[in-house]
Design a protein around this ligand. Structure first.
Ligand code: 2M8
Length: 435
C-alpha cells in the first residue's frame, strides 16, 4: 500500500535520506542502530534493518542477518548484541568485559564477543518478508543458508526458555526490546540493585541522549544486577524463575509465534519438514490467547513468572498479538483506535497508554511513538485487511520522519524527535512502508 501524497512530504527525498542513513551506519558487515549511542550490532535492529535494506541491496540485507547469525551460540541463542572488536570497551555501557566470562561449551564461536541475552525473534519473519518480495536464486540460496540457523534459534527459545506451561520467558528487560516499559516496574521493584556501581559515571548513553529521554539510574542499577545474576550462573537456563527477573512478555511471545509461522513457510521453501514449526506456532498462539489476555484492559499483558501474577499495564506490547490468527481481535482493534493509543493529533502507536498516570511521553519506552512497534502493528493490520487503518499508521510514520528526521523515537502528540538521530530502523522501516 503506497502512501500517496501530492501536497505532503517529498517522498523521493525521504527515500534518498533513508538510504543515506543506512549507508552511514553500515560498518562493512552489518549496520549499527546509530553511530554514537549504539556502536555495535543489535539483534532485532538487524532484522528491521534487513527489511528496509532489501529495497536497496537485497545482498546487503542477507549479509546483515548472516553477520548476526555468525555470532549464534552453540546452544542456539542469537545474541542481543554482537560487539565490534574495533570499538573501544568503554564506548558502550555495559561493554564486552561486563558480560564475561561467556561459556565455552554452548557459547559464542571462538573469538566472538556478545552479550548473553536475546531479543524479540523477528528474524524469521524478516527473512520471509524479504524472500517474498525479492524472489530469485540469490534469495533461495540465502534462505537455504539461514533457515537451519533460525530454526536452531527457535529450538533454543522453545526448549530452554519455556516457562509457565507452554509460554516462553525472558530474563532481562533488555530481552523485551522495550527496556524501561512500565510493565517491568513491578517485577524490577523486587530486584535488589546491590551495591551502587557508580552507574551515572559509567553510563555512556547519557553523553549521547537527554537524561530525561532515557531510563533512570535506578533502572540501570537493577539492569546490571539482573545481568550479573544470569552471568554468574554461566547464562544457564535451568530453573529460570530462580533468576531475579523472569517474565512472559506478550510482544516477545507474539513475535515468536508469528516468526514460527514464517519458519514453517521457509522450511517448505527449502524442502524441510514444516511440521514442528506449524505445531509450535499453533500451540504458542493458543497459549498467548488463552493465558495473556486481560478483558478489563482490552489488551494482552505480561506475566511475572516469579509471582505467577499478571502485570496489569496497557502497553504497546499488549497489542502485538494482533499479528496472530484468532484471539481477541475486535477488542484489540478497539483498544488500538481508542483513547489509550489514539486521539486526534496522535501519530503512530504510542509505546504506552496515553491516559495512564505514569505515562511519560518523552521517556523512551514509557510513551513515545517508535517506528518498529508501529510497523509491526501496520503489518498486522494489513494481514487482517484493515487497510485504511494500516494506511493511517504508514502515513503517520512518513509524517513523523518528514517533520523530525530519522529519530529513534517521537513524542506521540507533538511529533518532537527524541533520543538519537540517524536511527537505522526508522530509516529502514520508512523505506518499507513507502515500498
Ligand atoms: C535499546 O536498548 C539498548 C539495550 O539493548 C540500550 O538502551 O542500550 C532498545 O530500544 C532496544 O530495543 C534496541 O534494540 C537497542 C538498539 O537500538 O536500544
Amino acid at each position: 500500500t503506497p502512501v500517496r501524497s501530492d501536497t505532503g512530504p517529498d517522498l523521493a527525498d525521504l527515500r534518498r535520506r533513508a538510504a543515506a542513513t543506512l549507508r552511514r551506519n553500515w560498518r562493512g558487515k552489518a549496520t549499527v542502530p546509530t553511530a554514537a549511542l549504539y556502536p555495535h550490532q543489535w539483534s532485532w535492529d538487524s532484522a528491521f534493518i534487513a527489511i528496509g535494506q532489501a529495497h536497496l541491496h537485497p545482498r546487503r540485507a542477507f549479509a546483515e542477518l548472516t553477520a548476526l547469525l555468525d555470532a549464534q551460540w552453540g546452544d542456539g541463542r542469537v545474541p542481543q548484541i554482537v560487539f565490534n572488536p574495533a570499538v573501544p570497551e568503554d564506548a558502550y555501557f555495559p561493554g564486552p568485559a561486563f558480560w564475561r566470562p561467556l561459556p565455552r561449551r554452548g557459547g559464542p564461536p571462538p573469538g566472538v564477543s556478545t552479550t548473553g541475552l536475546v531479543q524479540p525473534p523477528v528474524h524469521a519473519a524478516a527473512v520471509l518478508t524479504i524472500a517474498e518480495r525479492h524472489p530469485g536464486e540469490a534469495t533461495d540460496a540465502a534462505v537455504r543458508r539461514l533457515y537451519p540457523e533460525l530454526a536452531r534459534f527457535h529450538d533454543y527459545l522453545f526448549d530452554r526458555r519455556r516457562v509457565a506451561s507452554g509460554l516462553v520467558g525472558i530474563v532481562h528487560p533488555w530481552e523485551s526490546g522495550l527496556d524501561n516499559s512500565p510493565a517491568w516496574d513491578g517485577p524490577l521493584d523486587a530486584v535488589d540493585p546491590g551495591p551502587a556501581h557508580g552507574i551515572t559515571g559509567l553510563r555512556r548513553d547519557l553523553r549521547h541522549a537527554d537524561a530525561g529521554h532515557r531510563p533512570t539510574d535506578a533502572d540501570y542499577a537493577r539492569y546490571m544486577a539482573v545481568v550479573a545474576a544470569y552471568r554468574d550462573r554461566g547464562y544457564a537456563d535451568d530453573d529460570l524463575p530462580s533468576l531475579p527477573f523472569c517474565v512472559v512478555d506478550p510482544l516477545f511471545c507474539a513475535v515468536l509465534a508469528w516468526s514460527e509461522q514464517a519458519l514453517a513457510a521457509l522450511a517448505r521453501r527449502v524442502g524441510a519438514d514444516p511440521g514442528r514449526h506449524v505445531e509450535r506456532a499453533r500451540e504458542l498462539t493458543h497459549q498467548v490467547h488463552t493465558r495473556l489476555f486481560d478483558p478489563a484492559l482490552g489488551c494482552y499483558v505480561a506475566l511475572d513468572v516469579r509471582t505467577g501474577r499478571a502485570v496489569a499495564k496497557r502497553t504497546v506490547a499488549g497489542l502485538a498479538p494482533l499479528l496472530l490468527p484468532g484471539g481477541h481481535r475486535p477488542v484489540l482493534l478497539d483498544t488500538l483506535a481508542g483513547p489509550s493509543f489514539a486521539a486526534p493529533g496522535v501519530r503512530g502507536v504510542p509505546s504506552y497508554d496515553l491516559t495512564a498516570a505514569d505515562a511519560d511521553l518523552r521517556r523512551y519506552w514509557r510513551g513515545p511513538t517508535w517506528v518498529n512497534t508501529t510497523w509491526l502493528l501496520w503489518r498486522a493490520l494489513l494481514a487482517h485487511g484493515e487497510t485504511e487503518h494500516a494506511e493511517r499508521l504508514a502515513a503517520d510514520v512518513v509524517c513523523l520522519v518528514a517533520d523530525a528526521g530519522f529519530r529513534e523515537y517521537f513524542h506521540p502528540v507533538t511529533g518532537e524527535g527524541l533520543g538519537s538521530d540517524h536511527f537505522s530502523w526508522t530509516a529502514a522501516l520508512l523505506l518499507d512502508v513507502l515500498a
